[in-house]
Design a protein around this ligand. Structure first.
Ligand SMILES: [Zn+2]
Ligand SMILES: [Zn+2]
Length: 281
């Protein structure tokens, strides 16, 4: 399995991280994508990716931290994106539930990160809380193919067409997806994969259970968002990557699939999205 989203650099996990990683391996986790939320935590994420072979990093500003974002920060992020173990720009997004940064600022910072992701050709790891419509609007604009800047028909040129195979794939994942199956489908339509975390295992999570059944198998990921959101029956405890197996088992059960098949498919999806060098069949 791949834990597609975690925060190993969180102080709640750093103290016994060797043991946390060992338990993840014992549970069958072959890769973990750990995400920063500002420059400091992104630096720690890159360092962990350098330390542990199975750990990969995403770098960026979380919407909570958007008001601390300085345009110069983008240069540091760009430099990290060239690192072989930095596989995504994130965690970025919109959070209109906590509103810890003004919404307009969140949106501008998100757009700056999306621009960086297309520039460096990396996928994005996106956080969305109570901001589905606004996020869809931004992602739709980002993922729309840019017309080829050739001569216009009025100037006697060919109609605008996309150069074949040009431009980086604008892809990403909505991490810890919350919302209904309809919203999930709208994100799929703008090139996002859907990643499910612990809440899909909660007994009252009817909407998310529906999402787990509805998302096509080739666009589905699983994650822990460690140290947050431990799956049932560990709810309320510290979460860690080994517990992605609990979530994956529940998702397999909801889809009426064998667990190994679900684990293999979601790992292959993560390997494809992040370009992980995994021995995935
Ligand atoms: Zn998040
Ligand atoms: Zn997160």
């Amino acid at each position: 399995m791949v834990d597609a989203h975690a925060h190993l650099e969180d102080p709640r996990l750093t103290d016994d991280l060797d043991a946390v990683i060992a338990r993840a391996h014992a549970a069958g986790v072959i890769a973990i994508v750990t995400a920063g939320g500002d420059l400091e935590s992104s630096a720690r994420a890159v360092r962990l990716a350098e330390t542990y072979p199975a750990v990969y990093a995403a770098v960026g500003y979380h919407p909570h931290e958007a008001s601390r974002f300085q345009p110069g920060g983008l240069d540091q992020l760009r430099a990290w994106c060239a690192h072989p173990k930095v596989v995504a720009v994130g965690e970025i997004g919109l959070d209109f539930y906590y509103d810890r940064s003004p919404r307009e600022v969140q949106r501008r910072v998100l757009e700056a990160h999306l621009g960086l992701a297309s520039e460096v050709g990396l996928p994005v790891v996106v956080h969305c809380r109570e901001a589905g419509a606004a996020l869809l609007e931004v992602l739709r604009a980002w993922s729309a193919p840019t017309p080829f800047p050739g001569p216009s028909p009025e100037q006697g040129g060919e109609a605008a067409a996309l150069p074949s195979g040009a431009g980086p794939a604008r892809r990403g994942m909505i991490h810890c997806f919350s919302g209904d199956a309809d919203l999930a489908c709208r994100f799929l339509a703008v090139g996002m994969d859907i990643s499910l975390a612990g809440p899909v295992t909660f007994t009252n999570a009817r909407e998310l259970q529906e999402v787990a059944r509805a998302v096509p198998l080739d666009a589905l990921l699983v994650e822990t968002d460690s140290p947050y959101l431990a799956p049932h029956p560990h709810r309320g405890q510290r979460n860690e990557p080994a517990l992605v197996a609990v979530t994956a088992r529940r998702v397999a059960e909801l889809r009426g699939m064998d667990f190994p098949a679900l684990a293999q498919a979601t790992s292959a999806n993560a390997a494809r999205l992040f370009g992980l060098p995994l021995p995935v069949p």
